[in-house]
Design a protein around this ligand. Sequence first.
Ligand SMILES: Nc1nc2c(ncn2[C@@H]2O[C@H](COP(=O)(O)OP(=O)(O)OP(=O)(O)O)[C@@H](O)[C@H]2O)c(=O)[nH]1
Ligand SMILES: [Mg+2]
Length: 311
Amino acid sequence: MSRAREGDARSVARLISLVERASPRLREVASALAPHTGTAQVVGLTGSPGVGKSTSTSALVAAYRALGRRIGVLAVDPSSPFSGGALLGDRVRMQDHATDSGVFIRSMASRGHLGGLSWATPQALRVLDAAGCEVILVETVGVGQAEVEIASLADTTVVLLAPGMGDGIQAAKAGILEIADLFVVNKADRDGTDQTVRDLRYMQSLGGRHSEPGAWRPPILKTVASRQEGIDEVVAAIDKHRDWMLGSGELERRRQARAAGEIEAIALAALREKMGDVRGSAALRAQAERVARGESDPYAAADELVGAVTS
Ligand SMILES: Nc1nc2c(ncn2[C@@H]2O[C@H](COP(=O)(O)OP(=O)(O)OP(=O)(O)O)[C@@H](O)[C@H]2O)c(=O)[nH]1
Ligand SMILES: [Mg+2]
């Protein structure tokens, strides 16, 4: 564990494996890591499939490394299980950085395991944080819940769009406007970039939480990630957002909300595990009989069951 804190890549990898396996040793690990967490800036990247998240992640890693910052990357694939060789293509692309000791790269699948993002990803973030990563990039595909979850995990959420994908409209539908701290229109080498920027500006002008006085107004940037163009500006905007969050108290607020989510997820998982034993048990059957006969009501019966597993 002390090796991981010094940033030893193999020790870090081992600790993240404990997270993935939901190892019983995690309690001990989490307790030892806790005093060393809280410094990393967690940056979430989300957007439709193929918009350029992985390319942008890789470009951002290069930009941060040029600034000498130690960086972690978590690629979260919402569709394949942990063991399923998640994001193999991305791993290959990230080989550019694989030999750099200032970069930790890890992919995790979010589904099929204890509530996915809500459970495992924050713990992996803690490991990377304690290992001294100054910035942690979390890439996730923007489908359904995933982008909302990423927003609750990240200090700064970057929403990527690309021209000509009808993305602007999709963004509004998916509520992406509400979660973005930064918009990046990637593939700015393509036609329709300025139209996408205008669409976003127009949607921003319609209101939302960002239109309140003193609120952060998400900037709209253009990049060609595959050519490293506009990436330094994205880094600068992310830094600016962090400064704003520090000054406004928003960072503290988000981190407390994140911690609350983690505690809740762990508590509910523990409870569910215990309740699992209840299912089909004599205790449940007895309560069910009483409810069916009208001798008790489902609320009182549920209270008794919960009481039985938590006492
Ligand atoms: N023209 C152009 N192509 C780009 C740019 N950025 C990425 N691409 C290409 O777009 C394709 C998809 O890029 P990825 O980075 O894999 O996109 P992604 O969002 O990570 O995709 P998923 O993880 O599958 O959702 C690749 O072929 C990239 O080379 C860009 O700025 N301009
Ligand atoms: Mg990708």
